[in-house]
Design a protein. Structure first.
Length: 105
């Protein structure tokens, strides 16, 4: 059990280190000029956990991307993981503003 815990801590540490490592992204504009910029993982997806529930090895959370306001459902069970945007009844992605407007009355 100690070995598993130690391996999990190392894996999570490496995951967060790798995800936040700067990445150079090169783009080509319409006039053919190349430019490069450096980004980190949080420049694209900066999650904030709004609601979280756990039972045994299963964890479920509603997560909001701070950059876009889009809500996602996240589920983890053992070694399995899934994340999906939450859709509104009209088929568009649900944002925090839409949810608050719908449920504030």
């Amino acid at each position: 059990m100690k070995k598993f815990f130690f391996a999990a801590v190392i894996a999570i540490s490496l995951l967060f280190t790798a995800c936040n490592a700067p990445t150079e992204v090169k783009t080509l504009s319409s006039n053919g000029v190349a430019s490069a910029a450096t980004y980190t993982f949080t420049d694209f997806f900066d999650p904030e956990v709004l609601v979280q529930a756990s039972r045994d090895e299963t964890s479920t959370a509603i997560v909001m991307d701070r950059n876009t306001g889009v809500l996602y459902i996240y589920r983890r069970s053992g070694y399995q993981f899934g994340i999906s945007p939450i859709y509104d009844s009209d088929g568009t992605v649900l944002t925090k503003e839409k949810w608050l407007a719908k449920h504030s009355n």
